[in-house]
Design a protein around this ligand. Structure first.
Ligand code: ASP
Length: 698
């Protein structure tokens, strides 16, 4: 095994001497290093790409780009300050909110380190090293292995590589598969598990426009928050952090969005995409739409209940509206029709080349698998939705499975129940109490049962008496749950707790589903690489792999767009637009302190949000948006409505990501929060010029 020095993904197709990475593409650090630097310079990059990432040293400006609970974030001070989106730290704010101390509504600012608020489950990973392990993973699959055996062999090899990697103190590792197994990369990160809330604006700023404006433009949202990472009780000293640019951006400027995009579907065949549309996104819109109404109804007028479900409700809202956007975008952009044509083109190309016979066969089999999966898609979705549904059911199913896995040797357990996961699982089970509100959980449970029963699914062919279930279970008590956490299967059974009994009854269905997912993943690992090789070769140019929550770079420019005929959107909004939208009513209620400060400035001169044509998706939330010198000019937080379905295909005409302008953040901190200490710490105290180059502390 060696550090990646060779661009395998492009090598699978036509390896160009140097890559050109404009517009479309969430590029890996390795691909960036292979890029056409002169071309990037022409576009606006002013630092050598080696400043972004130095593979030999495992460091560079990208090392300041961290992952925080599935979101992206950037270090902005030598003393561990992290800037990310308000919606990324919302759970941490909710964790510390109570009706008599409603931080969600009021916001929070720690004026001293002692006032910072610890996050029970908040963790940050700092990237360190990427190693191509494709050969090792492929070699682990025995000759003639069927799909299930293939999956098991890949899984076992990945666990072995991860465990070797985590021998380094503080290391958190994973093996990421790119495009279903075209490449496997072992990623070593450094994990920081002591992360404390430093600043969150009032919700009325951090989420200005709420669900009305979510996924929309023009936008006026201060979607930022700050945390601080600690190591051994002291502020963490990152090797790199982003200097803040007070000069900001203007239309046409070059920017880069650095972050951890979660999941895209561009490498799927048209048939597979159609499955995602007809089940996954349709059901997300429908089921989560219902759950949103249920949670709102069950907590109406109850302050404690409203705070308890705030975080779950926010993420359900985000996911449900995203699903609607995907469905609308797929239709509007005729994306699946276009993909069908693209698939046919590649098939015709491959059929003429005997060396691509495997690709032709792989494509046919991928399509067959997609057709087969339709039969169980609704049931599969409902079983998976336990993860976003009633907490009591999620906890009970986890406890039941944990008790069965714990007796196995560590390397043979389900990955989620290996020793390395147990502290975080326990933390989540404890912390979830802050999100538990009995009436809401029961109402969700009723909906879930009804949907399962509607499919005639044993073991839940009829709706049990939910109130009785909740009345008798002890899974909903944090203290009891933590006791159960260490109990054996026999002890759990002996409790005769009805929620646990329900989980025991569901366990075979969950296991069967897990088994079929594994088999499917094994088939995909066998088929997708062959098909992708043909797709990339036919394209004759570098192709960025689908997002998989690994570190990526997108090169972009500040730019408006035309959402529909006769309408042109500019790329920049300002405080003036926020005031224009102000109705005084949620979600357009500008707080008094902001109104007062706004009256003292020319609001049109306080930039608020801006658009760029970066290639982003969920998980890119909180991504540092930097200028050509690597200085922070904003934070990515959203995409425009017309661009939600870019997860399936990039359309340059509407590919726009939404960024919060760092100048609004600076204005708010200075004029409204009077947070001079924080401003000084990030080197943006009034009147101070930004550092000229990406800062390193040593
Ligand atoms: N707002 C987004 C999110 O929820 C970011 C995106 O999908 O573009 O993650």
């Amino acid at each position: 095994m060696k550090n990646i020095s060779f661009l395998r993904l492009a090598a699978a197709g036509a390896l160009l001497p140097a890559l050109l990475l404009a517009g479309e593409g969430k590029w890996t650090p390795q691909q960036v290093l292979q890029s056409n630097e002169a071309e990037l310079r022409k576009q606006g990059l002013q630092i050598p790409v080696s400043r972004l990432w130095n593979a030999a040293k495992g460091t560079g400006l990208l090392a300041a780009t961290v992952n925080i609970g599935g979101c992206s974030a950037g270090f902005v001070s030598p003393t561990g300050l992290i800037l990310t989106n308000h919606h990324c730290l919302f759970g941490l704010v909710q964790e510390h909110s109570r009706p008599d101390r409603d931080l969600i509504t009021k916001g929070f600012l720690a004026r001293t380190p002692e006032e910072e608020l610890p996050g029970k489950t908040t963790r940050v990973t700092v990237p360190r090293k990427f190693t191509d392990v494709t050969k090792a993973v492929e070699a682990a699959v025995p000759q003639g292995a069927d799909d299930l055996a293939r999956n098991r062999a890949i899984d076992a090899k990945q666990k072995e590589l991860v465990s070797g990697c985590e021998k380094t103190a503080g290391a958190r590792c994973r093996v990421a598969a790119f495009d279903g197994g075209l490449q496997y990369v072992l990623i070593e990160s450094f994990e920081l598990s002591d992360v404390r809330l430093v600043y969150a604006p009032p919700r009325a700023i951090g989420e200005y426009g709420g669900e009305v404006d979510n996924w929309m433009w023009p936008r006026h949202t201060g979607d930022f928050s700050m945390a601080r990472a600690y190591l051994n009780g002291k502020p963490y000293k990152p090797e790199f952090y982003f200097p803040i640019s007070t000069a900001g951006v203007k239309p046409g400027d070059f920017v880069m969005v650095l972050g951890y995009p979660g999941r895209t579907m561009r490498s799927l065949t048209a048939m597979e995409m159609a499955d995602m549309r007809d089940f996954y996104f349709k059901l997300r819109a429908e089921v989560y739409g219902e759950w949103i109404r249920i949670l709102e109804e069950a907590t109406k007028g109850n302050a404690a209940g409203t705070i308890a479900v705030a975080s779950s409700l926010k993420s359900l809202n985000n996911v449900a509206k995203n699903a609607q956007g995907q469905l609308a975008g797929l239709q509007r952009g005729r994306i699946i029709e276009k993909q069908t044509a693209a698939d046919q083109r590649v098939m015709a190309w491959a059929e003429k080349r005997p060396e691509y016979a495997a690709a032709v066969a792989a494509k046919k089999e991928l399509d067959q698998l997609a057709a087969q999966r339709r039969a169980t898609a609704v049931r599969d979705f409902l079983l998976q939705s336990i993860a976003n549904g009633p907490l009591a059911l999620r906890h009970a199913t986890q406890l039941v499975r944990l008790s069965a896995e714990r007796v196995k040797p560590d390397m043979e357990r389900d990955a989620e129940y290996m020793e390395r996961e147990l502290p975080r699982l326990r933390d989540r089970m404890e912390r979830d109490q802050k999100s538990y509100f009995a009436a809401a959980d029961q109402a969700l449970m009723r909906s879930w049962f009804q949907r399962m029963a509607a499919m005639g699914q044993a073991p839940i062919a009829e709706v049990p008496a939910v109130e009785a279930l909740y009345g008798a279970t002890r899974v909903t008590s944090a203290a009891e749950r933590l006791k159960m956490f260490t109990e054996t299967t026999e002890q759990l059974r002996a409790r005769r707790d009805p929620m646990l009994e329900l989980a025991f009854a569901l366990d075979p269905a969950l296991r069967a589903q897990q088994q079929s997912t594994r088999q499917h993943d094994g088939a995909v690992a066998r088929l997708r690489p062959a098909w992708r090789r043909a797709v990339i070769a036919e394209a004759g140019k570098p192709v960025a792999p689908d997002a998989n929550s690994t570190l990526r770079v997108s090169f972009a420019h500040v730019k408006g767009y035309v959402p529909r005929e006769a309408v042109t959107y500019g790329p920049q909004t300002s405080l003036a637009g926020m005031l224009e939208k102000n109705t005084g009513e949620d979600p357009f209620a500008v707080p008094q302190a902001v109104l007062a400060a706004a009256a003292r400035v020319d609001a049109a001169k306080v930039p608020l949000n801006f658009l760029a044509d970066a290639d982003t998706t969920g998980g890119n939330s909180g991504s540092p948006t930097v200028n050509g010198r690597g200085e922070l000019v904003g934070l990515n937080f959203d995409r425009v409505w017309e661009n939600v379905a870019n997860d399936f295909g990039y359309n340059p005409a509407v590919a726009r990501n939404v960024n919060v302008d760092i100048r609004f953040f600076l204005w708010l901190l200075k004029d409204v929060e009077k947070a001079d200490g924080l401003l000084a710490e990030i080197g943006a105290a009034p009147g101070k010029a930004p550092a000229a180059a990406p800062a390193a502390t040593h």
